[in-house]
Design a protein around this ligand. Structure first.
Ligand code: C2E
Ligand code: MG
Ligand code: MG
Ligand code: MG
Length: 291
């Protein structure tokens, strides 16, 4: 048995390292084919008027059911798709599936009751946003599916916008010219600054769940949310509060004048069948429990 070199740290090989490495390899090998093999599906989480419960939109969220590994979370496979440079294809798949689903649900004669049709919010990852051709892809999908541009809202994060501000502003303008709306996702966690926020043509800020989680527990979070609401009013954009889980958080937000919210208190992300049910029922009231 060789003597240990005392200057080198002891690395103990644990079985879970092996498992994690194998998992990583398998995900890498399978991700590119997952959509084609029918392992990818979308779920939809309502965005509601937190005071009335009226549904203003749905956010499409991607799910991967791997045949051996089970459900793989998007926080794991979206960064992987970026690394593997297949995010544009995966993103186009999401956009197309979501637009097609919503278009057929809303043009269904049985569903013609909805007087005010909800918007569809689709996430665009940082690398997907930075790759050229996004606006052309969006235009093609809108043409192919017939989905109205004004009801498509794209969610981009601050990190996608700050790398190259001029280029980002150009891409946003191209998208806006198609009639699509832009939301900044996870607002408050990135590094956007007042100096350039006003240069981006955006329609809404989605306040990150981290700030909402502590509402009612610490004063600082409440003040930060208040500041975002004030900023939004100045810029004349909407605010959507993410991750509302309790009636206390909701009531704080109502008192501060926040109109839109999303979170488990109102609804978890819904399977397609349940989403279609809600869509056909029209602007159904979806109220969180009262205190
Ligand atoms: P996101 O866009 O900020 O989406 C919100 C996430 O918060 C979703 O997680 C949602 O299920 C979760 N959430 C909603 N309400 C609550 C709540 O009350 N409490 C808690 N704890 N969580 C809540 P999900 O579906 O796991 O997605 C995670 C992230 O993965 C998303 O964050 C988004 O960045 C990314 N992602 C998901 N689907 C797609 C997609 O189709 N394309 C791209 N590019 N990214 C996606
Ligand atoms: Mg989002
Ligand atoms: Mg978010
Ligand atoms: Mg988030």
């Amino acid at each position: 048995r060789a003597k240990r070199d005392p200057s080198r740290p002891v690395v103990t090989f644990r079985p879970e390292m092996h498992t994690a490495a194998l998992r990583q390899l398998q995900l890498e090998a399978d991700l590119a084919q997952a959509a084609r093999r029918g392992q990818m599906r979308l779920v939809y989480q309502p965005i509601v008027d937190i005071q009335t419960g009226r549904i203003g939109g749905y956010e499409a969220l991607l799910r991967w059911q791997h045949p051996q590994l089970g459900a793989v979370p998007p926080n794991e496979f979206v960064p992987l798709a970026e690394e593997l440079e297949i995010i544009s294809e995966l993103g186009a798949f999401v956009l197309e599936a979501a637009c097609r689903t919503f278009q057929s649900a809303c043009s269904d004669p049985a569903g013609a009751v909805a007087s005010q049709l909800p918007s569809l919010q689709v996430n665009v990852s940082t690398r997907q946003f930075l790759r050229p051709g996004l606006a052309q892809t969006v235009r093609r999908i809108l043409d192919d599916t017939g989905f109205p541009a004004a009801r498509l809202h794209l969610e981009v994060t601050e990190s996608a916008l700050i790398l190259d501000i001029d280029e980002a502003a150009r891409t946003l303008t191209e998208l806006r010219d198609l009639g699509v709306r832009i939301h900044i996702d996870d607002f408050g966690t990135g590094h956007s600054s007042l100096a350039f926020l006003h240069r981006f043509p955006v329609d809404a800020l989605k306040v990150d769940r981290a700030f909402i989680a502590r509402l009612g527990e610490d004063l600082v979070s409440a003040k930060l949310v208040q500041t975002v609401l004030l900023l939004a009013r100045t810029l004349d954009v909407d605010v959507i509060a993410e991750g509302i889980e309790t009636a206390t958080q909701r009531d704080h937000l109502i008192r501060m004048g926040c109109r839109w919210g999303q979170g488990y208190l109102f609804a978890r992300p819904l399977e397609l069948a349940d989403t279609l049910e809600l869509l056909r029922a029209g602007p159904a009231a979806l109220l969180g429990p009262r205190d």
